[in-house]
Design a protein around this ligand. Structure first.
Ligand code: FE2
Ligand code: FE2
Length: 331
C-alpha cells in the first residue's frame, strides 16, 4: 500500500515537473518577501539563465525599478488579501529598450494549515497578439479618418480642419498628461466632430453673408447629426458624447443642450478650445482668417466663462512660447 502511494506521489510529481518544463509560459513561486523560490525553464530562458541561477532573487534583479515596484505591489496585494490577480495585462519596458505585452495571473500559496506562505504566478507573452491588435486598431482608426475626410472633400473651406483640430487637441492632451488611450479617443473625436455637416446644404454652410436665424439653426444641427451618426459605434471612449458637447460653453450659452461647466466633459472642453483656435486662424466664406492673436484674445476674454481656464492657460502659454505663431504647425 505504502509502495503504491509512493508511486502515485512520484507520478504526480512527474506530471507537475513535465508541465513546468514544457509549458510555454513563465511560472514562478515566491516567498512572503517576494523572493523567487522556484521558476520553470521558460521563465529562466527569458533571462538567459538556468532556473537555479534565479533562486533567491527578486523582480528588482530583472526589471526596471518602476516596473519591479508595481510587481512587488501586486505580490503584496495577493499576500495581504489572500485574493488572486487574474489576467492582468501589462506592458513591460525591457532592459534592451524594447516593449513586450504579457498577461499575468498571481495566486496565493497556502501551507497545510491554510496560512499564506507566498505567491505563485504565471505569465504569458502576448506581444504577437498585441501587434495584431494594434494592426486592427490602426485599420479602424484609418477608416474613421477616411470618413472624416469625405466631408472635407465636399467642402474646401474645412479642408484639413479636423486634422488640425486633432493636432491641437493632442498637444493640449499631452500638456494635461493624458495617457495614450485617452489621446487616441480624442484624436478620433477630433477627426469626426463635424461629421454631421454632411447633412447640411453646402450653400448654407458656405454662405458668404450673414445667416438668418433659420440658417443658423440648420448649421447648429450638425452637432446632433454627428452624435446620431456616431452613437452606435460602441467605442471604449465616450466618442459620441465628446463630439455632442463640442459647441457647449461653460456658462450654458453653447448648443445644442446649453450644458454648464460641470456637465461638460473635459475632453469636449479641450475640443471646443481647439476648434475655436483652428476656425479663427483659417479663412471662412464670410471672413478672412483672423490670426492666432485674435483667437487667443477671444479665448482669454471667455476664460472661465465660456472656455475652461486651465486649457486657455495652456494654449496662451504655448502661443507665447512660440512667439505668437501657431504652436501646432511645425514650420
Ligand atoms: Fe462643430
Ligand atoms: Fe469644427
Amino acid at each position: 500500500m505504502a509502495k503504491r502511494k509512493k508511486e502515485q506521489v512520484s507520478l504526480e510529481r512527474e506530471f507537475l515537473q513535465n508541465l513546468l518544463d514544457n509549458i510555454p509560459d513563465a511560472v514562478y513561486f515566491k516567498d512572503r518577501h517576494n523572493r523567487i523560490v522556484k521558476v520553470n525553464k521558460f521563465y529562466a530562458a527569458g533571462f538567459n539563465r538556468k532556473p537555479e541561477e534565479i533562486i533567491g532573487k527578486t523582480d528588482f534583479d530583472f526589471f526596471l525599478k518602476d516596473h519591479a515596484q508595481k510587481m512587488f505591489a501586486d505580490d503584496d496585494y495577493v499576500l495581504n488579501t489572500g485574493k488572486s490577480i487574474i489576467g492582468k495585462i501589462e506592458r513591460t519596458l525591457l532592459p534592451d529598450g524594447t516593449w513586450n505585452q504579457v498577461i499575468t495571473t498571481k495566486i496565493p500559496m497556502h501551507n497545510k494549515e491554510g496560512a499564506i506562505i507566498g505567491t505563485m504566478g504565471i505569465t504569458r507573452d502576448m506581444t504577437a497578439y498585441a501587434h495584431l491588435e494594434k494592426e486592427r486598431l490602426d485599420m479602424l482608426t484609418n477608416v474613421l479618418t477616411v470618413l472624416a475626410k469625405t466631408i472635407e472633400m465636399r467642402d474646401p473651406y474645412v479642408f484639413s480642419h479636423a486634422q488640425r483640430v486633432s493636432d491641437i487637441v493632442e498637444i493640449i492632451g499631452r500638456e494635461l498628461s493624458w495617457d495614450e488611450n485617452r489621446l487616441l479617443g480624442m484624436r478620433l473625436a477630433s477627426q469626426l466632430h463635424d461629421l454631421g455637416k454632411i447633412g447640411i446644404p453646402l450653400e448654407i454652410l458656405n454662405k458668404p453673408g450673414k445667416l438668418n436665424v433659420l440658417e443658423y439653426q440648420l448649421i447648429q444641427g450638425h452637432v446632433q447629426n454627428s452624435y446620431d451618426l456616431l452613437k452606435d459605434i460602441g467605442s471604449p471612449f465616450s466618442l459620441a458624447e465628446i463630439v455632442y458637447q463640442h459647441h457647449e460653453r461653460l456658462d450654458g450659452s453653447g448648443y445644442p443642450r446649453g450644458l454648464r461647466s460641470n456637465q461638460i466633459l473635459l475632453e469636449s472642453k479641450v475640443l471646443a478650445v481647439s476648434d475655436v483656435l483652428d476656425s479663427m486662424t483659417h479663412h471662412r466664406p464670410y471672413r478672412e482668417a483672423l490670426g492666432l492673436g485674435k483667437a487667443i484674445e477671444e479665448l482669454e476674454g471667455g476664460c472661465g466663462l465660456k472656455y475652461d481656464s486651465e486649457i486657455v492657460g495652456i494654449v496662451s502659454r504655448l502661443a507665447r512660447k512660440n512667439n505668437g505663431n501657431k504652436f501646432w504647425e511645425t514650420n
